[in-house]
Write a protein that binds this ligand. Structure first.
Ligand SMILES: C[S@@+](CC[C@H](N)C(=O)[O-])C[C@H]1O[C@@H](n2cnc3c(N)ncnc32)[C@H](O)[C@@H]1O
Length: 224
C-alpha cells in the first residue's frame, strides 16, 4: 500500500497511508506522542527496575524503539526489546524519516542500526539495548507465556484494523505479560477497553499527548 512521509507538528516525521487515512504516529507530534504514551506512561512507570523485557506490536518507523533505546541508556536499564512487524518499511523511507537528526534525542545516532539488523535474530545495539525484530503477523505468531514486563500496543486504530484489538488478541497480550506487567497504548476506545477487561486487565485512563484526550494503561494483576 502506498505510503507518504509527512512532517508532524513537533517537526518529527512519520508515515501516512493515504488509502487508510492512517499515520504511524500522531500528526500533532510523532516524537511527542511516542515519548508520552510509551516512555512516560509505560517505561518510566516500571522504573526503578533495572531490567525490562518489552514487546512492541508494530515496529513501523522504529521511532518507539529509538526512544526506548535512548531511555534505556539514560536510565541505565538493560532492555531486551522484541518488535513485531508484518510490513517492514523500505530503505528509502528509512532515509527520508532521518530520525538520527532528531533534536533532543541524545542517542538518535542508533536509528539506522535498529533498521539494519536483520529480522529473527537478537542484536546487541548498546550494552543497555538488545533488539529482536520479528517479521510475522500478530494474528498468527506465538508469544511466550509470562515473558514480558511491558507491551507497547501500537497497531493502527480499531477503526482500520478491528481484528487486532479484540478480546482474544488482548488475552494473548495478557498471557505474554508477567504478573504485574503493563500494556500501554494511545487508544482509548470504549470497546477496546472492555476487551482489555474481559482479558483480565485492570485499566487506567490517563491524559493523552497533544491532540488526544485520553490514553490507556492496562495492568495484569499480580494475583487472580
Ligand atoms: C501505528 S504503526 C506502528 C508505529 C511504530 N510503532 C513506530 O514507532 O513507528 C502500526 C504498525 O503495525 C503494522 N502491522 C499492521 N498489521 C499487522 C499485523 N497483522 N501484524 C504485525 N504488524 C502489523 C503496520 O505495518 C505498522 O508498521
Amino acid at each position: 500500500m502506498d505510503r507518504k512521509i509527512i512532517v508532524t507538528e513537533d517537526k518529527s516525521k512519520t508515515l501516512l497511508i493515504p488509502a487508510l487515512n492512517e499515520t504511524y504516529h500522531s500528526i500533532h507530534g510523532a516524537l511527542n506522542e511516542s515519548m508520552h504514551v510509551f516512555i512516560h506512561t509505560g517505561f518510566n512507570y516500571l522504573l526503578p527496575r533495572k531490567e525490562l523485557k518489552i514487546f512492541e506490536m508494530g515496529f513501523g518507523t522504529g521511532l518507539n524503539a529509538l526512544v526506548t533505546l535512548n531511555e534505556a541508556i539514560q536510565s541505565n536499564t538493560s532492555v531486551e526489546y522484541h518488535s513485531l512487524e508484518k510490513y517492514p518499511i523500505t530503505l528509502n523511507e528509512i532515509n527520508a524519516l532521518n530520525f538520527e537528526s532528531l533534536e533532543h534525542l541524545e542517542n538518535a545516532v542508533y536509528f539506522k542500526e535498529l533498521h539494519k539488523c536483520n529480522w529473527g535474530n537478537l542484536h546487541t545495539i548498546t550494552p543497555f539495548f538488545k533488539i529482536l525484530k520479528i517479521h510475522e503477523d500478530l494474528l498468527s505468531n506465538n508469544l511466550a507465556d509470562a515473558f514480558y514486563d511491558l507491551v507497547y500496543f501500537d497497531a493502527f486504530g480499531p477503526g482500520t484494523q478491528a481484528d487486532l484489538w479484540t478480546a482474544s488478541v488482548m488475552r494473548k497480550m495478557y498471557e505474554t505479560l508477567k504478573p504485574g506487567g503493563v500494556l500501554v497504548t494511545y487508544c482509548a476506545q470504549g470497546q477496546f477497553k472492555r476487551n482489555l477487561k474481559e482479558a483480565g486487565f485492570a485499566i487506567e485512563n490517563l491524559p493523552g499527548p497533544a491532540g488526544k484526550r485520553e490514553i490507556t494503561r492496562a495492568i495484569k494483576p499480580v494475583y487472580r
